[in-house]
Design a protein around this ligand. Structure first.
Ligand code: BGC
Length: 764
């Protein structure tokens, strides 16, 4: 049975709309923690961009160093009917519908099609990337003849000529086939990763000829023929397996062996569906009263949960998930700051995998620090498999006429603290002391060592400073004393000292080892204390924080003067034009205030700030932010902070901008891939924004401020191994708000949310 609030549908009056082909390819991406396949059609379409990206399968490329290599296309299915080739640009599409069942992780399509010769057929396609076994992919195609009697020919392939926007990464090594099955062995050209793929085709419902393999170089294909009669249905089932040499020593053999032992589509599907049911059991969010928001939230969750690596801690989630070529599969702070909270608080074992990726890339961060003349570990702005910097230094302008200098790889330093921040919050949420001892502590401490060597002492002003950086707002480059960077660095050093104290008590051997290896002398620790006391922060008497030194002196502008617009302010003003004006790509001070507030205990702490401070900074910076075409990372954060400030209408507007960024293509660039940060931001906006969850000594508590039309909001939150169920009713529609812990054996007290008035929500 299908439920409307679980199904994303593409359906149009006039059939398939090719103008939206690349957008819908992104939207209908299916992932399973190992790979992601865009929603291209099995039979192809002119100009389509089929892609399957596998976590960690990078290959060298000029300028941007490395990118995820588009793996062989496993979907290929060519159907020749009565001499014509079934494709939506041929013949006539009489009815068309495509839908994604997010509950079950299945993409389906129905087409009623008239061939150029006037014969009518119905096609039904279903496909999934198994969540139960990440090396298994499956698709099924049902062909029903309405009025045609005659032969049908089917070709199904593994297409080794997949490219990344024209760039080929694979060399064909070998291939083969037998009755009903084919296999392909390819190797990336530079990184020398071997990939083995195998496929099996089964046909039922009709009497098919023997299925025979034919071998085009790099393109093994199975061919079969059958005849079909009016009202008869043929069932085609293609099962595919895939391994790489990152997973096993002999991926080609593994792919074939696995395939030989696999059951059919329906059994595989049942396992896959059960795996999804387990994930949703914890991570689902139910919104009543607002179907659009419900669907959009589930969609964001679906994409986030499906792309999170399950069995590999050497990979992380790229900024466009595994759904598009933009950002080349590189990993940014998007993962630690935007995506991780959803996993930390609903699927902590997946959060642990992602953080462990940063542990595995710590050596790259050390190499970077050294190359720049610093101590310790300096995480890279864009990361791939080794942790070495892969941010391009130059990129072409959209017209391709000029090159633009990109400074982020050298000076967007806050990434090191973002990693420390996510590690600390994971530890607080889970009490995973083993992970903190083995991985987290070393990451937090060695990045603190980096900060100790990076800050500058200004003797004239008797203060520490950090000059020449980029903060979160990338419209401003090479600035001095960015408040976000300085204050988060202070948080980082304080946290490092706490972690160090803990480690010495928890495991003296490990502490001694790190003390020696990271050179944690008492002078160094003393130096950190001094930096904490004397780092420069510019804040006026009203609490207004200057984004960086000199920001308030820049030319001001009124963003409304530029409306309506369809471009970013940077593209309108030029790079220098935006750099020299008070216009933000994304929240910077507001982002800082959010992070200092998020997920912390409700008591005052060293970085507490007042409600008035938040208000003053909101009032100043939000009107100067490019909400529509700046960064997609902004809207969710604005939604949360608008909730804090009790501005429900504004919160909702920002929230929907985040939640619909891909489904409704709010920014016009969804064709490039899913906005991964926004998927996680959407979760945070619901949980930390509308539900107002904050953490107390007794566990999470909600201070709900639901949008007017939401009658009910239900979700779960995992804290210290305990699952907390929130079931919040809108006080405007009902008086009852409930929150209860799930395990009846729990010794934790039942906590009822208290509606805290806004002015007391933020500790003074
Ligand atoms: C944003 C960064 C973000 C990156 C990847 C940029 O446009 O400014 O904050 O990390 O995109 O999503």
């Amino acid at each position: 049975m299908q439920q409307a609030d679980w199904i994303v549908t593409e359906t149009t009056e006039d059939g398939f709309n090719p103008a939206q082909q690349h957008h819908t390819e992104t939207v209908f991406t299916l992932s399973n923690g190992y790979l992601g396949t865009r929603g291209s059609f099995e039979e192809g379409y002119p100009g389509d961009r089929p892609s399957t990206l596998i976590h960690g399968v990078y290959d060298n490329v000029p300028i941007v160093f490395t990118e995820l290599a588009n793996a062989p296309n496993w979907l290929s299915l060519t159907i020749l009917i009565g001499g014509a080739r079934f494709r939506l640009d041929q013949g006539k599409v009489m009815a068309y519908k495509r839908w994604l069942d997010m509950q079950r992780g299945v993409l389906s399509r129905y087409v009623r099609w008239q061939s150029p010769a006037g014969q009518t057929f119905e096609f039904r396609f279903d496909r999934f990337a198994s969540l139960a076994d990440e090396h298994v992919l499956a698709l099924q195609c049902q062909i029903t003849s309405i009025d045609y009697a005659g032969p049908v020919e089917v070709h199904t392939s593994l297409n080794g000529y997949s490219d990344n926007q024209g760039y080929l990464h694979w060399d064909a090594v070998n291939q083969g086939g037998a009755d009903h099955s084919i296999w392909l062995h390819v190797r990336t050209r530079h990184s020398k990763i071997d990939l083995g793929m195998a496929a099996r085709l089964t046909i039922s419902g009709v009497a098919a000829e023997q299925t025979t393999p034919i071998s085009f170089q790099g393109y093994p294909t199975l061919v079969t023929r059958f005849s079909i009669q009016p009202e008869q249905t043929a069932y085609l089932e293609k099962i595919v397996t895939v391994y790489t040499s990152r997973d096993v020593p002999n991926p080609v053999l593994m792919a074939q062996d696995k395939l030989a032992n696999l059951p059919g589509f329906n059994v595989l599907y049942a396992d896959h569906e059960a795996a999804w049911a387990k994930v949703w059991e914890i991570s689902d969010i139910v919104i009543e009263g607002d179907l659009n928001a419900q669907l959009a939230v589930r969609y964001n969750l679906f994409q986030l949960l499906s792309v999170a690596p399950r069995n590999d801690s050497r990979v992380s989630i790229p900024a466009k998930t595994l759904s598009g070529f933009a950002y080349r599969g590189h990993i940014f702070w998007d993962t630690e700051i935007f995506i991780l909270p959803c996993l930390t608080y609903t699927q902590p074992e997946l959060a642990r995998n992602l953080l462990t990726y940063r542990y595995h890339t710590l050596e790259g961060a050390r190499r970077k620090a050294k190359a720049h003349g610093y101590e310790g570990a300096m995480y890279v702005w864009e990361s791939a498999n080794t942790g070495d910097e892969v941010t391009p230094s130059w990129v072409p302008t959209p017209t391709g006429e000029n090159l633009v200098r990109i400074w982020c790889g050298e000076i967007e330093l806050h990434i090191s603290t973002d990693v420390a921040y996510a590690s600390w919050h994971y530890w607080q949420a889970t009490g995973d002391h083993d992970w903190m001892r083995d991985c987290g502590a070393e990451m937090i401490l060695d990045t603190a060592v980096f900060w100790g060597s990076r800050v500058e002492w200004n003797g004239d002003r008797q203060r520490y400073e950090i000059s020449d950086v980029i903060g979160p707002d990338e419209y401003h480059e090479r600035v001095n004393n960015n408040a976000f960077t300085n204050i988060m660095m202070r948080w980082h050093l304080r946290t490092a000292l706490k972690v160090w104290d803990w480690l010495q008590k928890m495991d003296r051997d490990r502490a001694a080892e790190l003390q020696q290896r990271l050179n944690l002398t008492s002078d160094r620790l003393q130096h950190w204390e001094e930096i904490i006391q004397k780092i420069w922060i510019s804040q006026n008497a009203n609490g207004l924080i200057e984004q960086f030194e000199g920001f308030f002196a820049l030319e001001d502008l009124n963003l409304e003067d530029y409306e309506p617009r369809t471009r970013s302010m940077q593209s309108i003003l030029g790079i220098e034009g935006a750099n020299s004006r008070q216009v933000l790509k994304q929240p910077d001070v507001v982002m800082l205030l959010y992070l200092l507030r998020r997920g912390i205990f409700s008591q005052p702490h060293e970085d507490s700030y007042s409600y008035e401070t938040l208000q003053a900074n909101w009032d100043y910076y939000v009107p100067r932010t490019d909400h529509t075409y700046g960064s997609s990372l902004g809207p969710a954060v604005h939604a949360i902070m608008a909730c804090e400030l009790d501005k429900p209408a504004e919160a909702y507007e920002h929230f929907m901008r985040a939640a619909l960024v891909d489904l409704a293509d709010v920014r016009g660039n969804a064709h490039e891939g899913i906005h991964a940060a926004s998927t996680g931001g959407t979760w945070q906006a619901v949980v930390f924004g509308f539900a107002g969850v904050h953490l107390t000594e007794n566990g999470p508590v909600a201070t709900p401020r639901l949008p007017e039309n939401w009658t009910r909001l239900k979700f779960q939150f995992v804290w210290q191994g305990q699952v907390y169920k929130f079931d919040l009713r809108n006080p405007k529609t009902t008086k009852s708000q409930q929150h209860e812990d799930t395990k009846s054996t729990s010794t934790l007290p039942r906590i009822f949310p208290t509606a805290v008035p806004p002015s007391t929500r933020i500790s003074k």
